[in-house]
Design a protein around this ligand. Structure first.
Ligand code: ATP
Length: 205
């Protein structure tokens, strides 16, 4: 059966990078963001969104106009919060189904290690589906540098993080911690070590 590893950590701590490195050791990464993209292209989903928000949220080609959606769901106003909940209520259950199906398919083809890269994995209730939860630990300063390329300053980073479970509480939910406070070569070594110490023995045993 499949050993399921969940990734958690602060924004830009390096979760996706860790997933990519684990994939080099043979794991399959299941990325919730990719599934969410897929869901937001489904005709039934687009129809539901257009019913609530009008055809203005569709491009002339009938695709989702992401800027129009962002205008309705971003921000902390009660209206935006309500619209965001509406959107999540449609998208999250479908993403969950697609992820579960992908896990079953992976198991059916003899896969051994699945990595779940899911934003807010704990908050979204995935911890019980994971054999191991891995916390990617990077100091706020490094994370702030890494998000500066997204045009966020450190204030924006902390504002976005306030919407999440406090970082110390996240860490306390983890079975394993990997630190990503140095360069990528160091992270590669850390992952290789983690694989041989924590993952390979579980596959053999
Ligand atoms: P998010 O919270 O947005 O999902 P994440 O936790 O998945 O982000 P990544 O996307 O893996 O984080 O990393 C954020 C950025 O920092 C990427 O551009 C990545 O290449 C870079 N990065 C990650 N680790 C390191 C490192 N050790 N040294 C330098 N750059 C790094």
């Amino acid at each position: 059966n499949v050993l399921t590893l969940g990734l958690i950590g602060g924004i830009a701590s390096g979760k996706s990078t860790v997933g990519r490195l684990l994939a080099e050791h043979g794991a399959q990464v299941l990325d919730a963001d990719q599934f969410a993209h897929q869901v937001l292209a489904e005709p039934e989903v687009l129809a539901e969104l257009a019913k609530r928000w009008g055809d203005a949220i569709l491009t002339p080609a009938g695709k989702l106009d992401r800027r129009q959606v962002a205008q309705r769901v971003f921000g902390e106003s009660p209206e935006a919060t309500a619209e965001r909940r509406f959107l999540e209520g449609i998208v999250h259950p479908r993403v969950r189904e697609l992820l579960k199906q992908a896990l079953r398919d992976y198991a059916a083809t003899g896969g051994r290690v699945a990595v779940l890269d899911i934003p807010l994995l704990i908050e979204a209730g995935w911890a019980d589906d994971c054999d191991l939860v891995l916390f990617v630990d990077a100091p706020q300063s490094a994370r702030s540098d890494r998000t500066s390329t997204r045009g966020w300053d450190s204030a924006e980073l902390s504002q976005r993080e306030q919407a999440q479970l406090p970082i110390d509480r996240k860490r306390s939910r983890a079975d394993l911690v990997i630190s990503n406070d140095a360069d990528l070569a160091t992270l590669e070594r850390e992952i290789a070590e983690l694989w041989s110490r924590e993952i390979a023995p579980r596959l053999a045993g």
